[in-house]
Design a protein around this ligand. Sequence first.
Ligand code: GDP
Length: 545
Amino acid sequence: MDSLSSTPATAPNATSADGPVAQAVAKRRTFAIISHPDAGKTTLTEKLLLFGGAIQLAGAVKARGDRRRARSDWMKVEQERGISVTSAVMTYDYAGCTFNLLDTPGHEDFSEDTYRTLTAVDSAVMVIDAAKGIEAQTRKLFEVCRLRDMPIATFVNKMDREARDPFELLDEVEQTLALDVTPASWPIGMGKSFLGCYDLIRDRLILVARSKGEKPDEGELCSGLDDPKLDELLPGWAVTELREQVEMARGLCPPFDLQAYREGTLTPVYFGSALNNFGVRELLQGLAEIAPAPRPQPTAERAIAPEEGKVSGFVFKIQANMDPKHRDRIAFFRLASGHFKRGMKLRQVRTGKQITLHNPVLFMAQDRETAEEAWAGDIIGIPNHGNLHLGDALTEGEELHFTGIPAFAPELLQRVRLTDPLKAKHVGRALQQLAEEGAARVFKPRLGSDWIVGVVGALQFDVLADRIRTEYDVPVIFEPTTWITARWLEAEDAQSLKAFCDANQASLADDHDAQPVFLARNTWHLDDAAKTNPEIRFLKTRERV
Ligand code: GDP
């Protein structure tokens, strides 16, 4: 199965293809679920964990969310707006595989975080509401996956409600996403008369009792469409419809092609109802069998094969104050290669410093526990006090720069106003931390005492204000500013950059890494500055955050 990437003969850290790293890598499935809000991502996540044995009770994901909400006020935003702004990693075992499921916030204002998370997975599951088909956010996230040629499995959810015709849904996926589709299962009825699914890959019928119970139903297995058991288990109309539709589907859709799926040009489609446990086991089984093991990761220097013996990886997400008891920050680190052991010393490529990883965290579904070891493809959490930044590479010494971690231009700028001027120092610290976490861009104008914050989506301001108030105890208000846009500055020689900065102090600011930024009052201001200073480059984003 997963002989995806053979170790390049020239790789400096190569181990044999059947060595322990290669064996562990072959069992890893690191994936994310992408969907439009409300399609059922949370419910499906919960059921995947339930079937994977990682949680005992249905409802545990939500329950955990509620507990966290009770502890941390900023999640009120999440509650009030009915959106999910946190992102987590959950690890569980199923069918001999170790799954790392990376959760992604669904609301579009948080897509920055989602996009970065997608750089850390090897495949995705796209959840679609059976009544709504492909929605705006699904499509946007799909495009990000496509840029990375990521394999995508599709789960058509909510078949227990009035749904669109399965053929119509398949056609929509194919047409709007320009992707070949092949059904992996076929729904029997829909809405009130939804009875189950026929597993087209294993050629068997799986009927699941309609239960929202605490234990997944085993279901009844039959073999083949002609099995007379079908006639016993299903009402006449359902058997006839199923036989007809499956025959038609087999005629219309290409057969499943593993290579096409792995290359991201074909998606297997599972039908089901996450709420009622329908189709979840087939999806999970499918992921174990077909989803890719960790893929080679691109760096500016060379492609990193996961089977390489030496540890390397990158930070794709930073989250502050996940646990108020610890007041810590967690850097989420995706291992690109090697076998990691607790206590290992790794080199932070950006600074050249050695970091000893004493207390890495493995995110099991229920709680965090210390990670004794991890393999390429796994995600570990590294508690730190701000020394790790987004995009940072950690290696056993090699100079590597992972590419493809997106940085976003802040499109909306606002000024931070303190309601308590005595807290000016605290707000600086809070903003610095949030900027390092990647939650916002923060600019300190060279003149005056303001802070300017840049975000991609307006809702981020609400979340930031809430977090600064609850996590740092500083009440702040975001207000309109005279600045409309920000550009990072670069020049071939340091001298001309300095001369430009000196001459434009009133429009100059520094970001959280002390990089110079030009703040423009309007587009004319920006165009004029660019025209009169051709030796300066005005960049919308910084290469690495
Ligand atoms: P998310 O926003 O994508 O995470 O969606 P949720 O998992 O929170 O689900 C949104 C709503 O749809 C909730 O009220 C769920 O109970 C409901 N839901 C999820 N899956 C199903 C399903 O299979 N059938 C039905 N009828 N409702 C579902």
